[in-house]
Ligand binder design. Sequence first.
Ligand code: SF4
Ligand SMILES: [Zn+2]
Length: 290
Amino acid sequence: METLDKEKFNYNLEERVRKLIKKYKLLENGEKVAIALSGGKDSILTMFILNNLCNEFNLQLVAISIDEGISGYREKGLETARKYADLLEIELIEKSFNEEFGLQLDQIHSLYKSACIPCGVFRRHALNKAAHELGADKLATGHNLDDEVQSYLMSFARADFRRFSKFGPKLDRIHPQLVPRIKPLWRIPEKEVGIWAILNEVEVHFAECPYSQKSLRAKVKTYLNRLEEDYPSTKLNILGSFEKTFKPNKTLIELFKCEKCGEASSLSICKACEMIENINKNLTNKFSKL
Ligand code: SF4
Ligand SMILES: [Zn+2]
């Protein structure tokens, strides 16, 4: 069996990311880029690639890790994040749901059909807030091709067409307080990210979140993997269909400042603050019945 040449593999992977960055103008010269660093293989690879591109684009990098409060899972990811940020001498800012919202995901996940619902809202809020406070021009996330195709099909299945404007490798600035998000691994399959980690002996956090199995995403993921096995390139073809019809949303929509936390919001109270209110009501009702 032919063995993979590490140097060739790394070069090829990086070149495809560089091509995407240039095609979609994900980076501008001299920008400060905040990397959402969970400690998983995708975010670690994103940090390594951006670090390699630092000189070419004259970038200033900083990483942000969020502790959602998932015991037995997040600690390992945070350890990995610290280890590799330290290795590359990139400053790591650590935030937590506890510090930001006064809660842990473990305490509130059962109030929702899927833990990913509050987790996604709170994480996006905390990441954007931290990136904005750091004066970042871009917020880079580790979303890979599989993540994007899964999200695309999930929105399609829910007829949630408003979310389509949130896909694509770059989300432009639609409000001064919202840091534009970029996805450098947008065309890189998850399998290749795994191969990169193994070939380069990167000790990443491969464990799955304990809440992931209950989500719609997990089912879509299994389905897509089966389809890919029988019909190779299915995922890339789905992304290709999306790319052909995709129109970046450059409309500056009217956003307000959330009355409670001051972050950008399409309503007078942002989604995260609305969730906190509902969680507190739910918890009060639960305990008053005890
Ligand atoms: S799988 Fe869901 S609950 Fe777990 S970290 Fe990801 S979004 Fe959060
Ligand atoms: Zn708010």
